[in-house]
Design a protein around this ligand. Structure first.
Ligand code: ATP
Ligand code: MG
Length: 473
């Protein structure tokens, strides 16, 4: 699904139905205490939260509060429950649901999903490479995990994701290990004093006076030292390391006062370029497919408008029937983007029809003419093609094969371009039925012939994935 390119979800007016979360606010009768924001999407905001019952960090996805979004969220929960049930060993590279509940606020009743805490999404990873793309061996490893997750969704659960894109694929770890306070976090207690203390413990998070007032109104922050001493475990986990010796509002207040009324912001840790290079080189590339908010069953589809624009397959553009191969098309778009830093297709136009025409034209320039029998299967064929199979209103096709693009525009060696091109062209077949399944794609030499990095996301290896006799090209 498309969303604006702005960095924030528009909390200013909150017209979009999001729930306005306060740092330090607790959910589900005090069980989950919000620490900081992890991300957001069209349907939700996602927060790092401390689970006070099981003493662990989780990701709290708070969906929009209208009936329509509740329906989507309940569907997502249904899929996530099936995903967790079928994968008790956590081998399958798809995010796990831990809990769910409803939270009511001014914008309605919000379905909240408690998810295992994952790391950075692939869009963030790409940003660290300054738009130039990431090394091919890393792309291969990421593709392996994504395809493994897809194989599980498609073959075992008959689920189509329908919105695969870099934002919806998450590394298991963060690029900057300091990003989450995993090691220095403080296990929070359910009582309000401890919750107040938790706010003071997150040294990088500051609140506006207004936020504090609202937290005080909700009874989350208290004005004075409430005398709840840190327990031993807290001390071990580094209260000292945060420079906040006692977890009391008093300490937090002095922190606030020190800012002298200036707007309070999240402090950003600075990492030197050489440190950053080291972090990227040693990055664990295991990743999981997330955001099942637009998923559907193979046999029960809810809409023909699927996929985010750049990752959209031809059958979606032409409103032909779609199935699991739609996800495979998106994987090819993602692999290209990871390797080059550029969209494989970035259609433009004044209106949605122009954009579809541009999109189909770009596809044909790169991959050849869409076979008439395939295009004809789409409800919108006559809208976009004339009787000779020419795209209406598109310039004369300026064909440029993918392999040339890889070599000339992105500087891949002839061998790398050739191998990558072979893999991508299989996935980018205009005929959905001729695209490889996720499992077939995993077994392609471009992946199996790579460095010996390809392991499933958990320690348990699955022997059937990488055949012993097919590990080299
Ligand atoms: P979309 O606009 O793609 O439909 P959405 O509202 O359904 O988005 P998600 O894609 O699930 O929301 O999450 C939004 C962002 O929050 C992700 O891109 C990611 O950065 C972050 N995020 C989501 N789940 C987790 C998680 N389990 N752990 C860490 N971060 C997460
Ligand atoms: Mg998303």
């Amino acid at each position: 699904m498309d969303k604006s390119t702005t960095e924030e979800e528009g909390f200013g007016n909150y017209s979009g139905g999001y729930y306005s979360v306060e740092i330090g606010e607790s959910f589900n009768r005090g069980r989950y205490v919000v620490q900081s924001k992890l991300g957001w999407g069209t349907f939700s905001t996602v927060w790092l939260a401390w689970d006070t019952q099981l003493n662990r960090y989780v990701a709290l996805k708070i969906t929009k509060g209208t009936a329509r979004f509740r329906e989507y969220a309940n569907r997502e929960i249904r899929f996530l429950k099936a995903i967790a049930k079928g994968d008790p060993e956590d081998n399958e590279c798809v995010v796990k649901l831990l809990d769910n509940f409803i939270h009511s606020g001014p914008n309605g009743h919000h379905v909240c999903l408690v998810l295992e805490l994952l790391g950075d999404d692939l869009r963030t990873l790409l940003k660290h490479y300054n738009g130039k793309g990431i090394p091919l061996h890393m792309v291969k490893e990421i593709c392996f995990h994504v395809l493994r997750g897809l194989d599980y969704l498609h073959r075992r659960l008959s689920i189509i994701h329908t919105d695969l894109k870099p934002e919806n694929i998450l590394l298991l770890s963060t690029i900057d290990p300091k990003k989450y306070p995993k090691k220095i976090g403080i296990p929070l207690k359910k009582d309000k004093s401890a919750i107040a203390a938790s706010s003071s413990s997150v040294s990088s998070i500051c609140m506006t006076g207004n936020q504090q007032t609202r937290l005080k109104e909700k009874g989350i922050l208290v004005d004075q030292d409430c005398g709840k001493a840190a327990n031993d475990e807290d001390e071990k986990l580094g209260v000292e390391a945060q420079g906040v010796k006692k977890k009391t509002w008093g300490n937090f207040k002095s922190l606030y006062d020190a800012l002298d009324g200036k707007p309070l912001q999240r402090k950003r840790a600075t990492v030197s370029p050489s440190e950053k290079r080291k972090l990227l080189e040693s990055l664990d590339l295991k990743c999981k497919i997330a955001d099942l908010g637009n998923a559907c069953e193979i046999t029960k589809q809810y809409t023909s408008h699927i996929q985010t624009l750049n990752y959209r397959c031809p059958e979606t553009l032409l409103h032909s029937p779609y199935s699991t191969p739609a996800d495979i098309w998106s994987v090819a778009c993602i692999a290209f983007e990871l390797a080059t830093g550029a969209f494989l297709f970035n259609p433009q136009g004044k209106n949605s029809e122009d954009i579809v025409v541009d999109h189909l034209g770009l596809m044909m320039e790169l991959l050849g003419v869409i076979p008439k029998e395939i295009a004809l299967g789409g409800k919108l064929y006559a809208k976009f093609f004339d009787e000779n199979g020419n795209l209406k209103g598109y310039r004369r096709l300026q064909c440029r094969p993918l392999i040339n693009v890889l070599q000339e525009s992105f500087g891949f060696s002839a061998k790398d371009a050739d191998d990558f091109n072979d893999f991508l062209l299989l996935l980018l077949d205009f005929e959905p039925k001729d695209r490889p399944t996720a499992m077939q794609a995993i077994l392609h030499p471009w992946l199996t012939g790579g460095p010996p990095l390809l392991q499933p996301s958990s320690s348990q290896e699955n022997e059937e994935i990488i055949p012993q006799d097919n590990t080299t090209v």
